[in-house]
Write a protein that binds this ligand. Structure first.
Ligand code: NDP
Length: 400
C-alpha cells in the first residue's frame, strides 16, 4: 500500500495528480494540500474522491503545520510541488516525521534571487541518519536533463567532456507577455547573471548577453541565450570529467522587449516598496497582473524541445549526441488540460515518485537525479507521455 501527500495545487501539481491518479499500481492513495484549499477541492472534483482521498489547507512556509499534516495523513512520500521557498520547511517536517521527500526545484530564499543546492545538500547527514530519502529536482530541467546526462554517460561514452542543455519553447499562447510557470520564480531566474562551468571554475556573464541561434528538432532555428540553471551545479559535481557545462533557453524579441521595459521601470525588483501605506514587492504585484500560467493552456499551439548535447570520447574517438523530447502544447491540453511546460515538469515528478515508492531508486540521504540508474526512468518517460530520441551528430553545433 502506498500513500502520497502532494503539497501545491498549481500548474505542475495538476498534471502530477492526474498522472498519479491513473496509476493505482504505484499510488494507492493520494492526499493533496496547498495554501488555497479551494484549488485542491477543484482538483479533487476533477480527478475523483476515490483517487484523491482528502484535501487540506496548509501554509508550507511553516514546518510545524506541515509536520502536523504529515502526522495526520502518514504518507510514505511527500511530493513538494509548491514553490522553491517552501523546500526547507517541508524538508524539516519530513525529517521530524521520518518521511521521504521529492521536489522539482531547488531552494531559493524569498528575499534573495539566488538558487543553489548548498542549503538542501546540507541535509545529507540528517536524512541519512534518519534513514530517509530526498530526491531533488524531479522535473524536466532539472530532472529529465540530469537523467539524459547520466544515460549518455552510461550508454554512449567512456568519458563526457562538453554538456549543453537547451530548452526551447516553440509554442504560441497568443499573449503579449506571459511566463509558462510561476511568473515570480521564472523572472527571478532569467534576470540573474548568466553562469557556466569551464575548466574547473564557474564563469559569469551579464544576464542574457550571450546568444546562439540553434536549430531545434521539429521547431526550427531559435535565438537561445546562456543562463544559469540549477542542474548544472549537481551535474558538474557528479561528472567531474566535464570540461564545460552550459544551459541555454530560447526567448523571442517581444518577450525580451517586455522584460527590458519591466526591468527598466523597476517592476521585476524584489525589494519591497511603500504603496498606499503598505509594503509591496513589485515582482509579486507583477505576478498578480500577469496571466496565470495554467490559463495559457487552452489554444496554446506548437511544441517544446528540451534536450542535452553531449560531446565526449568513446573507444578513443570523439563524438556528439543529442538526447531530446518534443512536447506538443495542444496534445497536453487534450490529455490533462495543461500546457507543455507544466506537463513536462509534472510527469517526471510522478515518475520519480513511482520509482521511490517501488524501491527502484532508493537510499538514505539527499540525492540528485543523475546519481541513480537512468534506465528505469528513461523507460517510464517513454510510457507516460514524454518519449525521447537520441541523435548522433556529425559535429557539435557549439564552438569550443
Ligand atoms: P504555481 O504557482 O502554479 O503553483 C504553486 C502552488 O504552490 C500553488 O498552488 C500555491 O498556492 C502553492 N503554494 C505557494 N506557497 C505556498 C505555501 N506557503 N504553502 C502551501 N502552498 C503554497 O507554480 P507551478 O506549478 O508552475 O510550479 C511548481 C513548482 O515547479 C515550482 O517550484 C517551480 O519552480 C517548479 N518548476 C520546475 C520545473 C522543472 O523543470 N524542474 C519547471 C517548471 C516549474 P496558491 O494557489 O495559494 O498560490
Amino acid at each position: 500500500m502506498s500513500r502520497v501527500l502532494i503539497i501545491g495545487a498549481g500548474g505542475v501539481a495538476a498534471v502530477t495528480i492526474k498522472k498519479c491518479a491513473r496509476l493505482p499500481e504505484h499510488f494507492d492513495e493520494i492526499y493533496l494540500a496547498s495554501r488555497t484549499v479551494s484549488k485542491c477541492e477543484a482538483l479533487q472534483a476533477e480527478v475523483g474522491a476515490d483517487r484523491v482521498k482528502a484535501v487540506y489547507a496548509v501554509d508550507a512556509d511553516n514546518a510545524e503545520e506541515v509536520e502536523a499534516l504529515i502526522n495526520k495523513v502518514k504518507p510514505d512520500l511527500l511530493i513538494n510541488l509548491a514553490l522553491p521557498y517552501q523546500d526547507l520547511p517541508i524538508m524539516d517536517a519530513c525529517l521530524a516525521t521520518g518521511t521521504d521527500y521529492l521536489d522539482t526545484a531547488n531552494y531559493e530564499p524569498k528575499d534573495e534571487a539566488k538558487f543553489e543546492y548548498s542549503w538542501q545538500w546540507a541535509y545529507q547527514d540528517k536524512f541519512k541518519d534518519k534513514g530517509i530519502m530526498a530526491l531533488l529536482g524531479s522535473g524536466f530541467d532539472p530532472g529529465v536533463t540530469n537523467v539524459y546526462t547520466a544515460y549518455a554517460a552510461k550508454h554512449y561514452f567512456d568519458e563526457i567532456h562538453y554538456l549543453d542543455i537547451v530548452d526551447c519553447n516553440g509554442g504560441d499562447h497568443g499573449q503579449a507577455f506571459a511566463t509558462n510557470f510561476n511568473p515570480e520564480i521564472n523572472i527571478r531566474e532569467i534576470t540573474q547573471r548568466g553562469r557556466f562551468w569551464e575548466d574547473g571554475q564557474w564563469k559569469e556573464t551579464d544576464p542574457l548577453s550571450v546568444r546562439e541561434d540553434l536549430d531545434y528538432q521539429n521547431i526550427g532555428v531559435r535565438a537561445s541565450y546562456l543562463m544559469f540553471h540549477e542542474e548544472l551545479e549537481s551535474i558538474v559535481k557528479h561528472f567531474p570529467s566535464l570540461k564545460r557545462a552550459r544551459f541555454w533557453m530560447t526567448f523571442g524579441d517581444a518577450y525580451l522587449n517586455h522584460l527590458k521595459v519591466l526591468e527598466g521601470i523597476g517592476m521585476t525588483s524584489i525589494e519591497p516598496i511603500d504603496f498606499q501605506g503598505q509594503k509591496i514587492v513589485p515582482l509579486e504585484f507583477l505576478k498578480a497582473v500577469l496571466p496565470n500560467p495554467g490559463s495559457l493552456a487552452e489554444g496554446y499551439t506548437g511544441m517544446t524541445c528540451i534536450g542535452t548535447y553531449i560531446t565526449g570520447v568513446k573507444d578513443g574517438k570523439e563524438k556528439t549526441i543529442f538526447i531530446y523530447n518534443n512536447c506538443d502544447h495542444a496534445a497536453c491540453f487534450e490529455e490533462v488540460g495543461a500546457q507543455a511546460v507544466s506537463y513536462t515538469t509534472g510527469v517526471p515528478a510522478m515518475i520519480g515518485a513511482a520509482l521511490m515508492l517501488n524501491g527502484t531508486w532508493k537510499g538514505a540521504g539527499v540525492w540528485n537525479m543523475e546519481q541513480f540508474d537512468p534506465d528505469p526512468f528513461m523507460d517510464m518517460l517513454n510510457q507516460h507521455g514524454l518519449p525521447w530520441d537520441v541523435l548522433e551528430c556529425e559535429q557539435s553545433p557549439f564552438k569550443r
